[in-house]
Design a protein. Structure first.
Length: 641
């Protein structure tokens, strides 16, 4: 549905700024025809859990590292969903209520979501790394009636916020009662219920309630990371999600119930959330990785045929392979490099380019000696990987194709449910995010901003009509905030972020202004600029407050000159480090500054690093201190508390 639905008229979302189209992208040739058998997410659920797939394994998971994987069939999932549906009904959850969850990926996550969905309740996922204050903001903003938490850590956060959340009536805990230290939450108004001990009500019929769901109903509210202020709740309808899955069908190779996916990104991530529903839609098996640290082992256990991930994961795999190459003897390294040359030529087939005849002849031997062994480290059955959430390095993409492991890179955002474009499987173009999905239009505004339109575009931001009008214009175009270019073949390339919002290589959105403001509270920091876009972690360029350091009794020159603080006592740095750790103690780990460089001069208008409105010119500063920034990423980051 477009932004005009749910009471928002075309006139309401009109924008005062008209944009001029300078480029438009679309897929070449006839579209892959997809018959839309389903209009809501509950329709495939009802079919798969009671039909021919009821005995087929849907989920595989581990209770602990030492135990083997356990399985849940589609039929067993259906039975559990019906039990939880009756439990939610007994707790008073009704159509239109919001049910929030803060949990790692686990079977209960999806069971509870389908149960809430059947009741007509709206699902509100949150990252398990959020702090109590951030959770409270979302719970209050959406008016959640119930909050689901996974374990004692998350339950501890919930206990801190209940008195500040007047709409919250119930906390449901996944882990067993013995694992929760206390069920006292500081308010008699809020009751605590354990997931396996939910009450039951037969007042509502599951099938009847599920069939009341319509395509325009809101299925989920996913909150943005608050990179430009407070988080905003993105309202997505069944039509938004279903249309996005239908569009994805035409962009990737066919998937069937014979395929198995390994999932290691959190389900609260919009990218992984749509992937989980897509896999269910296709009748596949999904296995949860134990953690990001165990993915290598889980790949060998599950031997998946497909896996979604973020660039940081693929970068780590590539780095590990290249490290192994360096450890080989000269003779074996020579064979390895020869196989890579052969694989590189054969990998051009994924780019739609012809493969030299000599490479085709040598490929079987290169495969046996090297390439197949590399693929075996991923389980040996991967058909393709999918990458999203941040830019994938062309070098890494080509390397994976060399090994016969193509990566399909896509682009999207939560407001688009979330996929807008993807690289065609048989014609990958590294350094781009591919072509629009068949049911998505993409064009560029006059300033190069990427605009998108289609049935997957959100209904709007929850309770924020003004913010909705800011991003969806009167013609239904979503203003993404990203700047890009479209080449002659219709491939989209992201060239910049309009508002300088960082996306780490782990796929996390980071607001530099918010972190800079927080750390700027240190009396020892005069100016600070965060660095971290397309980087594995955050670092900072810091102009110290020399006077404050001198007042603290440290010997520090007022004018150090043009050099770094070379030869200086480490006490000033240690003092600033302590302050940084104190100030960012409640900040999510991926937002924390791990290293910093002290600058010998301030950012000023005169030296070109401040605008007339006293904003830091990030590109200018990054260019001037390029060597210092690169040096901070040449060593392992210091752990912060």
């Amino acid at each position: 549905m477009g932004a005009n639905d749910k009471g928002i008229s075309g006139k309401d979302i009109a924008t005062n700024v008209r944009q001029e189209t300078i480029g438009i992208a679309s897929r070449d040739g006839p579209h892959h025809t997809v018959t839309n058998h389903y209009t809501t997410l509950l329709e495939p659920f009802l079919q798969h859990t009671t039909g021919v797939l009821k005995d087929h394994v849907y989920l595989r998971y581990k209770k602990s590292h030492s135990e083997p994987y356990q399985s849940i069939t589609y039929g067993q999932l259906g039975e559990e969903v019906r039990r939880v549906f009756a439990g939610f009904a007994a707790l008073g959850v009704q159509r239109g209520d919001r049910v929030a969850i803060i949990s790692e990926s686990r079977p209960e996550w999806l069971i509870a979501e389908f149960a809430a969905m059947a009741l007509g309740a709206i699902w509100v996922p949150m990252f398990p790394t959020l702090m109590p204050a951030e959770i409270a903001f979302i719970v209050n903003d959406c008016g959640a009636k119930a909050l689901l938490v996974s374990n004692n850590l998350q339950f501890g956060k919930a206990k801190k916020l209940v008195t500040d959340c007047p709409t919250l009536e119930t906390i449901v805990v996944f882990n067993s009662e013995s694992e929760v230290r206390s069920t006292k939450v500081g308010s008699d108004r809020v009751k605590v219920v354990h997931f396996q001990k939910l009450p039951s009500s037969e007042a509502l019929n599951f099938e009847a309630e599920a069939k009341k769901t319509s395509v325009g109903d809101i299925v989920t509210i996913i909150y943005t990371s608050g990179t430009t202020g407070s988080p905003k709740g993105v309202m997505l309808s069944h039509r938004n999600v279903m249309s996005n899955m239908e569009g994805a069908l035409a962009a990737i190779p066919p998937l069937t119930e014979k395929d198995i996916a390994l999932s290691f990104l959190p389900l609260c991530h919009a990218f992984e959330h749509i992937a989980a529903h897509f896999f269910f839609y296709r009748g596949m098996t999904v296995a949860f990785a134990e953690s990001s640290e165990t993915v290598a082992d889980n790949l060998l256990e599950i031997r998946p045929t497909i896996m979604t991930g973020v660039p940081r994961f693929y970068e780590r795999v590539y780095t590990r392979i290249m490290r192994i190459r360096k450890e080989l003897s000269p003779a074996r390294r020579s064979i390895f490099d020869w196989a890579l040359r052969v694989g590189e030529q054969c990998g051009m087939a994924f780019e739609g380019k012809p493969v030299p005849f000599w490479a085709k002849l040598q490929r079987p031997l290169a495969d046996v000696l090297v390439l197949k062994k590399v693929r075996a480290r991923t389980g040996g059955r991967i058909r393709f990987f999918v990458s999203g959430a941040a830019a994938l390095s062309p070098e890494v993409g080509r390397a994976f194709a060399t090994f016969g492991l193509p990566i399909i890179e896509g682009y999207g955002l939560t407001e688009a449910a979330p996929v807008l474009s993807a690289n065609p499987y048989t014609k990958l173009k590294w350094g781009t995010v591919g072509k629009p999905l068949p049911n998505v239009e993409i064009k560029l505004a006059e300033d190069g901003e990427i605009l998108a339109r289609g049935p997957n575009i959100m209904q709007g931001y929850y309770n924020q009509p003004d913010a909705t009008r800011d991003v969806i214009d009167m013609d239904g175009w979503l203003h993404t905030g990203d700047v890009g270019a479209i080449d002659s073949e219709g491939y989209l390339k992201i060239t910049d972020r309009k508002k300088h919002i960082f996306v780490s290589t782990g796929g996390k959105n980071i607001s530099p202004a918010r972190i800079e403001s927080l750390l700027g509270e240190s009396r020892f920091i005069d100016q600070i600029m965060l660095v971290g876009d397309k980087r594995p972690f955050c670092t900072a360029l810091i102009v110290p407050d020399v006077a404050a350091l001198q007042e603290a009794g440290l010997e520090f020159p007022s004018h150090p000159g043009n050099g770094q603080w070379e030869g200086m006592d480490e006490k000033p740095r240690a003092l600033i480090q302590v302050d940084i750790e104190r100030l960012q103690s409640d900040v999510a780990s991926y937002e924390r500054v791990r290293r910093f460089t002290l600058l010998p001069e301030p950012f000023t208008i005169e030296n070109g690093m401040l605008t007339p409105t006293l904003k830091i010119r990030r590109k200018v500063a990054e260019e001037r201190y390029r060597d210092q920034i690169n040096a901070m990423y040449q060593v392992r980051p210091v752990a912060t508390v």
